[in-house]
Ligand binder design. Structure first.
Ligand code: PLP
Length: 397
């Protein structure tokens, strides 16, 4: 009676949460200061002051019955309009308010678009390493996800591998830059080359191939690195943005997706997305938080804290002999494990109360992910343990 695939997904749980919960239990035994928890990608810095000021202003000026009312499923019209205006100012695009759908973060945008674009069959593709929830979104609609490898070590796109991985039933690609779990920002030239490849494949296959640009980390870049805006050179791109990481509001569940007016099948896709969002039972995003977030669009939390963490952790680990891909953005460090079995390394580290996530969970064995959205003290206290493991594994320092 019950789909056993869903049952087994539900039972297998979420490895990141499981390791984090182990950490919480250990903290009760050895004390929180002696547990170094790098598992959860939840912002550790406060939202910027403008978020609270806007909340207060709205509370003082908008009647509660209006501030907390239902909104249309696609979001408040004025919020959609402000999102369109912001994108147009930032990227020279021509979105109209009807091209914007306010969503519960990028998760809902992705899950809804995957349902819309794969309902009549076909498959999705993404690049390793990738955020594990993509697989659930795709497989829960009965479709398959192709995992396309990237360049070893750099995790930049491998165009030849992408061409080999594309098939006539590929309907969409999910692209995430800055990337979770690697922190890599994909280079504009390779994204433009991918766009040219997809245009050729669209003609060859006789149907559109859409890109879902999953960009909750767009604003978290540390060295002035450009995050290429994919819709500016590939029209069949649904841009998915979130306020979860940029202004540290992951629990408020606000984001939006933008459908370029010139996108193939635009009107059908927009209508079907609304149907799916209603069918999922989302109703609407919190109307107060839609307003707060959009009035603060463009603001970020104080990301200099993440930059300092990135620099300290990357510098210390590479000095100890670990090999890490240099992360230009997000708040993750992807570290090669000193033994090929990343899960074994995680288990060994867990014995020292050092908690990291195996890369296998992101389609990339042999690595672990460290979420460095933690206090700088956690990093300092963890370093002797990293050093102990480096010595035990015979890494050269
Ligand atoms: N995509 C990636 C790559 C993520 O890392 C996350 C959250 O960690 C999400 C999507 C979902 O974020 P949101 O809170 O915007 O739904």
């Amino acid at each position: 009676m019950i789909d056993q695939k869903l049952v087994s997904w539900g039972r297998s749980g979420n490895i990141i949460r499981e390791i984090a919960e182990y950490g919480a239990e250990q903290a009760k035994i050895v004390g929180p200061k002696n547990v170094y928890n790098f598992t959860i990608g939840s912002p550790s810095i406060d939202p910027p002051a403008i978020i609270f000021e806007t909340m207060e202003r709205l509370r003082a000026t908008v009647p509660p019955s209006e501030l907390h009312a239902y909104s249309p499923a696609a979001g408040l019209p004025e919020v959609r309009e402000k999102a369109a205006d912001f994108l147009n100012r930032s990227f020279g695009s021509a979105y109209r308010k009807q091209d914007i759908i306010i969503t519960c973060g990028t998760s809902t945008a992705l899950a809804a678009m995957i349902k819309v674009l794969l309902s009549c069959g076909g498959r999705a593709m993404t690049f390793t390493p990738y955020f594990m929830d993509y697989k659930y979104y795709v497989e829960s609609v009965g479709a398959a996800l192709t995992e396309c490898p990237t360049m070893p070590e750099s995790f930049q796109l491998d165009l030849e591998a992408a061409e080999r991985a594309l098939t006539p039933d590929t309907m969409l690609l999910i692209i995430n830059s800055p990337n979770n779990p690697s922190g890599v920002v994909l280079r504009r030239e390779s994204l433009e080359a991918l766009a040219r490849l997809l245009e050729r494949k669209q003609r060859e296959y006789g149907h559109p191939i859409y890109i879902l640009a999953d960009e909750p980390y767009r604003d978290l870049v540390y060295d002035g690195q450009e995050v290429a805006y994919i819709p500016s050179f590939y029209k069949n791109t649904v841009y998915c943005y979130s306020f979860s990481k940029s202004v540290s509001l992951p629990g408020e569940r606000v984001g939006f997706m933008a459908l370029p007016p010139e996108m193939d099948d635009h009107d059908d896709i927009a209508a079907a997305a609304m149907a799916v969002i209603r069918a999922f039972g989302y109703i609407c995003v919190s109307t107060m938080w839609q307003r707060v977030a959009i009035d603060c669009i463009g603001a970020t939390s104080d990301i200099s804290v993440y930059k300092r963490n990135r620099d300290r952790l990357y510098g210390a680990l590479t000095e100890m002999g670990y090999s890490c891909v240099y992360p230009d953005g997000a708040f993750y460090l992807f570290m090669k494990t000193p033994e090929p079995d990343a899960e074994a390394f995680c288990r060994r580290a867990m014995k020292e109360n050092l908690l990291v996530v195996p890369g296998d969970s992101f389609g990339t064995p042999g690595y672990v992910r460290l979420a460095y959205c933690v206090s700088p003290e956690v990093i300092e206290r963890s370093l002797p343990t990293f050093r102990k493991l480096a010595e035990e594994y015979g890494l050269k320092s």
